[in-house]
Write a protein of this length. Structure first.
Length: 248
């Protein structure tokens, strides 16, 4: 293990190749953490991000590539990383997918894939990491990403809403289990955020429903996550912070 990196607290960010995940990784680096960048695809783009962030933290962020829906691959990759580099201080479970469709037309694959990545991914990522974090006998941070859809439901997203609501429940339960270990577990629930995944037609339709009359920025979600990772947030756990411009 490289002992020169022990003083730098590492934070795993899943889905760090673009959008909100990239913004979270950038914020973590700016706040003095060493991001560990996960991707499923877009390896080249993620490596470029690692190169960009290297100068900020005095070390090049590691890049891990695996599908969080694949339990065995996720476990193997994370176990190998912490064996080589040590236990993470924080974990941000950001990676997710959507497959929107009206419920009567929703296919079994659309249901299964969205639940497997978004909800099973919570278990697959955190299950190998929680015990090592506890055994390290130090404080830690876990932040999950839900959605406005998980809080209020959304037309055409029964699968996505179910998964994201499940993340809220799982987050709150895990927070109770880990509270006395000084490991906080909180959730950030974004609303409509300006990323490549958002259809411009959706923005036009939803914009009148947003009280602040604009879509959010990935950096605004990252700011909420950054606060929850900070030392100042040590007494905040089991909470859901909505970043949605007042939609709920």
């Amino acid at each position: 293990m490289n002992t020169t990196l022990l003083a730098i607290r590492s934070v795993l960010v899943t889905g760090a190749s673009q959008g909100i995940g990239e913004a979270i990784a950038r914020r973590a680096a700016a706040d003095g953490f060493l991001p560990v960048l996960h991707c499923r695809g877009q390896r080249e783009r993620t490596e470029q991000l690692a190169d960009e962030l290297a100068g900020q933290v005095g070390a090049r962020p590691r890049v891990l590539q695996f599908d969080i829906a694949d339990r065995a691959a996720t476990n193997a990759s994370l176990a190998a990383d912490i064996e080589a580099h040590g236990v993470y201080y924080g974990v941000v479970c950001n990676a997710g997918i959507s497959a929107d469709n009206a419920f009567p037309a929703m296919t079994g694959a659309e249901w299964d894939n969205v639940l497997a990545v978004n909800l099973d991914g919570f278990y697959n990522v955190l299950r190998p990491l929680v015990l090592p974090m506890v055994q390290a006998r130090r404080s830690g941070r876990i932040v999950t990403l839900s959605s406005l859809s998980g809080q209020a439901g959304n037309r055409g997203q029964v699968n996505y809403s179910a998964a994201k609501a499940g993340i809220i429940g799982a987050t709150k339960a895990l927070a109770v289990e880990l509270a006395r270990r000084r490991i906080t577990v909180n959730c950030v629930a974004p609303g409509l955020i300006d990323t490549d995944m958002v259809d411009p037609g959706i923005i036009e339709r939803i914009l009148p429903l947003i009280p602040v009359q604009r879509v959010g920025k990935p950096e605004e979600v990252a700011a909420a996550v950054g606060f929850l990772l900070s030392d100042e947030a040590a007494y905040i756990t089991r909470q859901v912070i909505a970043v949605n411009g007042g939609m709920l």
